[in-house]
Design a protein around this ligand. Structure first.
Ligand code: FE2
Length: 568
């Protein structure tokens, strides 16, 4: 029987009041709960002792001796009350307030340690934050909570200083994403921020934990970014493996994370971890999947801005577009822009302009590097039999790519896309072995006929040739679910492993199946961590192992391969 009940019995039997003078900070460590935390604690006590603390009393507050008191008063002859004050849990009997215990003891006893700790209980914003489109002077925050409504703002400041600046406030509606843009920031600077949330119908704000981000690095500075591909979340993926990979990503505090696609999967599976191949049939189903994947990304996205590249299973495919626009391609494009942050063209980012721009291909400079994200699907019309020439960047994206590469003097140029444009097997497979063909390399699949001038009249050169001409350093691609590092004409071709793979020993099979004949070949799961200095680039394959898989040879977070390229 809890001690409170014992004390209450004592009170009734002897009328002896164990009153203490409420002065000074007592209790360890003098907790100051938020109103929602206090309310949750009171709720638990009411549930246990409804005969004394009749449920339904409102939580009130007042200031006493420099500390805020949260309390409830209960009707009836006993004059019962509950309060939190100065690190203590108090109850009132007759007209006496009596200190029951330290708050953390009360929390432990009535709530199992959950009332005072969980964000949802204390009324703080318990949804997810997705940081995106960081620039040299700002960043976008996208908020989403399934069940909370209220008013949100953020307080922010340079790291190491007080979060003294406040953003404007935005209205959060349960189940609807909302964005907030911060501007006027200093370039090349680390910032901290916290979310202040005022739940609907309440007069108080509750602050979240501190998070952080970095504005665009200047050309002379060093930084780290991370890359993943093909999380899939299908029958060959493991949620815990994916979450452990994301935890590994977060540990390095990269400036941003690039996802190479086959993440939302709505072209193949309507629901996550499903065995059945059933594309989403309406926009609500697509949105649901984007919300689910957002939940996975939430491990990192309050602290690591996210860039998305489309995969072939996202649904944003040229061959699935209809003239009416009410199709999976458009549902996916809209969901991506709604639940994540698509970099806007103009200013810091370049890319597709105009009102219909999807923000699916874009470029920016960060430190000594140019970053280019490509979309090889939206403009492609796939034909039966998988003619590689049917895959294309489209004239607009190609012209922009050429101008972007030619216009950049960055010593390092990185290209990100799900698969090569064309690829092998009619399934967009392969790395350097596929680079000779179609729009990427200019040749037909017979390996001798160079149809590029006929197939792409007026275009300067095949994509790989363009990359060689303009000094592209690395092509990061996914789609084939393994780690392969290769090189062709001075360009690193990096196939990025799955962050979530169930099978952790299938690299040789996949390499054979997808025609990888050269390079360093390793199995999933894990991600790439890339450090860029003004003089060199170091890429590391950070392997993920679940606790039960770890041995002396298999440590979660170990580096399974590392390569370095120097400034030319
Ligand atoms: Fe793929």
């Amino acid at each position: 029987m809890p001690r409170l009940y014992f004390i209450i019995l004592l009170l009734f039997s002897s009328h002896t009041l164990l009153a203490q003078t409420p002065s000074g900070c007592r209790g360890s460590p003098c907790l100051q709960p938020a109103v929602m935390q206090a309310a949750t604690l009171f709720d638990r006590i009411e549930n246990l002792y409804p005969q004394f603390f009749f449920p339904g009393a409102p939580t009130q507050s007042l200031w006493l001796d420099g500390s805020e008191v949260f309390f409830r008063q209960y009707p009836g002859e006993g004059g019962w009350g509950l309060a939190t004050w100065q690190g203590g849990l108090w109850y009132r009997s007759a007209d006496q307030w009596i200190r029951f215990s330290a708050l953390d003891e009360g929390d432990q006893q009535f709530c199992g340690g959950r009332c005072l700790l969980s964000p949802a209980a204390n009324g703080a914003f318990a949804g997810s934050v997705v940081l995106g489109a960081p620039t040299d002077s700002g960043i976008v925050l996208n908020f989403y909570a399934k069940e909370q409504s209220g008013i949100l703002r953020v307080e922010y400041g340079k790291r190491g200083q007080a979060a003294g600046e406040s953003s404007a406030s935005v209205l959060l509606t349960a189940g609807q994403p909302v964005t907030l843009s911060l501007g006027g920031l200093e370039a090349n600077t680390a910032y901290n921020y916290r979310v202040l949330f005022q739940p609907q119908g309440h007069a108080w704000e509750v602050a979240s934990d501190m998070h952080g981000f970095h504005t665009a690095r200047s050309p002379g500075s060093s930084f780290t970014f991370t890359v993943q591909a093909d999380s899939h979340m299908d029958e060959n993926s493991v949620v815990r493996m994916y979450q452990r990979t994301l935890a590994n990503v977060l540990e390095a505090q990269p400036d941003f994370h690039v996802d190479l696609g086959d993440t939302f999967m709505t072209e193949k599976h309507q629901a996550p971890l499903s065995l059945s191949s059933a594309p989403a049939t309406n926009s609500a189903a697509v949105e649901q999947r984007y919300v689910y994947e957002r939940g996975n990304f939430a491990t990192i996205t309050a602290d690591v801005p996210l860039f998305l590249a489309n995969g072939n299973h996202e649904g944003e495919l040229g061959w699935l577009k209809t003239t009416a626009g009410n199709d999976i391609a458009n549902w996916a494009a809209q969901a991506r822009q709604r639940y994540f942050v698509a970099p806007p063209s103009g200013g810091f980012y370049s890319g597709e302009g105009g009102n219909s721009a999807r923000g699916a291909w874009y470029a920016w400079h960060w430190g000594s590097a140019l970053f280019v994200v490509l979309d090889p699907y939206w403009y492609s019309g796939r034909t039966k039999g998988g003619d590689g020439w049917s895959m294309t960047l489209g004239a607009q994206q190609y012209a922009w790519l050429e101008a972007t590469l030619a216009g950049s003097s960055a010593p390092f140029k990185f290209v990100f896309l799900h698969s090569l444009v064309g690829g092998l097997d009619g399934q967009m497979r392969g790395g350097v072995e596929a680079a000779r063909f179609f729009e990427w390399g200019g040749y037909d699949s017979d390996n001798t006929t160079r149809s590029f001038p006929i197939k792409r009249p007026g275009w300067t050169a095949p994509i790989h040739d363009l990359f060689v001409r303009h000094g592209v350093s690395v092509v990061f691609h996914g789609h084939d679910h393994l780690y392969v590092q290769q090189e062709l004409d001075g360009i690193v071709y990096q196939e990025v492993p799955q962050p979530s793979a169930l099978n952790t020993n299938n690299a040789a099979n996949l390499a054979r199946e997808y025609h990888y004949d050269s390079g360093v070949v390793l199995s999933s799961a894990g991600h790439l961590r890339v450090t860029v200095t003004p003089n060199d680039v170091t890429a590391e394959y950070v392997r993920t192992w679940l606790p039960e898989q770890e041995t002396s040879q298999r440590r979660n977070g170990q580096i399974d391969h590392r390569w370095v390229i120097k400034r030319r």
